[in-house]
Design a protein around this ligand. Sequence first.
Ligand code: ZN
Length: 291
Amino acid sequence: MNDYLARMLTEDGSLRAIAVRTTVLAEECRRRHGTDPVATLALGRLVTGAALCGGLLKGEQRLALVVEGDGPLRRLMAETDAEGRVRASVKCPVSHLAATSADYTVSNAVGKSGFLHVVKDLGLKEAYRGSVRLQSGEIGEDLAYYFTVSEQTPSSVALGVCLGATGEVSAAGGFLVQALPDGDEGIVAAVERRLREFPPLTSLLKRDLTPEGILGEIFSDIPLRGRETLELSFHCGCRRQRIRGILLALGKEELRRLAEEENGAAVTCEFCREVYAFSREEVLRMAESLG
Ligand code: ZN
């Protein structure tokens, strides 16, 4: 089944809820980046978090989540837009943590100290940028903390990734529940209680619950309305022309050096890992074009 997002509101408008299935996306990120299992979990969670945030965007708006921690993965990033297109990168795809050790956890791979940055391109002159200190490095908690503290929207976030026997992603998904202004306190409190007792999300993902199924487990007898869905897909907007622009920005001297010493240039996109190769002659022509 394809990855998708489902978005709903409680009947009375007290809460907004978004749930996603991101199995294909998380697996594609693992394959493209060659992550080790704990890095696959971290990147899969971040991609899932970005997909959830994408459910809050409209039109041409875009959003990036950047996690910079003191763990071995160093820097993870996931970008999305209002059309459910997602891409991701990780600075160090292999954690080098011992897989048999009790320390082989997402928070140790990400690091417990550092920042979560949220960069939103809302089509205004300048991008909006909000940052919070990492709370646990588990990513879901950090994202909930960001929404609650930085955007002053009380939020609950759960992100789950399950791995198969060979380290591939067998299931991934998540949910975001937000209290809206002037909501019914009784309903908000009932959902908060339910979320405190909620089973680990991975147990629901293993049961192959759909995004709507996950929301059903959270809200049970609280009626929901306005169901909207959005297909999620991996998409990288990198193009040869844009990579050329990056090379041109290196300047004439550096381009000549690349042509002579490296026999050309090869640039790997940090998001999709596509390699763009430029021959010695192409690089020399680019150097000459700079006059
Ligand atoms: Zn790319």
